[in-house]
Unconditional design. Structure first.
Length: 45
């Protein structure tokens, strides 16, 4: 199951690169966003 919450296409590419880098077989939640100008990356596996 893949669930992506992304703001831009660039962040979607970043999300894909993270999955490929970590070799994640299953990604439940992956959130990449900007909160108060702080970049956050979350993923649960």
């Amino acid at each position: 199951m893949f669930l992506f919450i992304c703001m831009t296409n660039l962040q979607l590419l970043i999300a894909r690169s993270i999955i490929e880098k970590e070799q994640l077989k299953k990604v439940d939640v992956l959130f990449i966003g900007d909160v108060d100008n702080v970049k956050n990356q979350y993923y649960l596996k």
